[in-house]
Write a protein that binds this ligand. Sequence first.
Ligand code: GLN
Length: 348
Amino acid sequence: MNRTTWKSPLAVSAAAALSLAAAISTLHAQAAGDPQKEVDAAYAKFKGLKEGKNADYIPALAKVDPNLFGIALVTVDGKVYTAGDLKTEVSIQSISKVFTMAQVIQEQGLDAIEKRIGVDATGARFNSIIAVEAVKTVVGTGAPEMNPLVNPGAISATSMVTGSSADAVWNKIIGFHNDAAGRQLSVLQDVYKSESDTNQRNQAIGALMLAYGYIKSNWQQAVDLYTRQCSIGVNAKDLATMAATLAASGKNPVTGKQVMDAAKVPGVLAVMATAGLYDDSGKWLYHTGLPAKSGVGGGIIAVSPGKFGIAVISPPLDDAGNSVRAQRAIADISNALGGNPYAPKRTN
Ligand code: GLN
């Protein structure tokens, strides 16, 4: 008998019991509670909630129906649970910042983002110019105290995507978004035009980021491509699939495509946890434990690593620029399903 493979019957049954226990606990981890029941319950509970207000500094966003409400949850094994409006597309807005950052990390490594932009909270609004002025450099590392999920860092991250022309850069950006969503996405032209006509503040930020050396050249192209990426149209299921791709270590659980290296995903999730809901990120993490990202189009994605991605679309926002109903619905659903990675493991 081969010594290396022989095990005593006792050891074999102990090993079998252990792997059975592991299998059961994985099952429990993924199936704690009934996702469809929780998604339906949150939809019913928050359908009538009228708090918040559509973003209006981009004129096209003020015209979106504030009653639009869609919820989708996609598990790491590709099961999809939904409620409400799944067809209507809104502009992805700042949720795109996650995937452009991820694209840069995938191609250039985790250090590239940390060194050029930083991975620290600014504690300021997403389009703060004071935050640009206040940015400090961490002594010894040379890393600035900023992050790719606020506008200055995001415009800089977009400028880092390599390509010989604006089209080549754009194809990479949209390609990464398509792979994470599992379908061909397109730009909502009315939003792109509306934001391009009114984005003087982001242009000022782009120019400052060039002046301060975060953007190396052609800040106008970076601002334009950033504006385009923010105008990509998505529905709730697209967003949940993108979140689930991060939950499943970079593999889109619906299409099976490995979109980014598993080893690089935790860095992406860490920045989301730090800054995904801007200056309310701490409060959000306190209540849910979930890395998440909001957009002024009304979407929020959240990731329960190894379990599921979830997304809600509902345009009215709170003062920090985060969808009111999306925050409430995601927190309820995730907490009911044991989604908080910091919480003790559920056994039922
Ligand atoms: N495109 C928007 C902007 O640059 C994105 C902001 C957001 O979603 N928070 O202002």
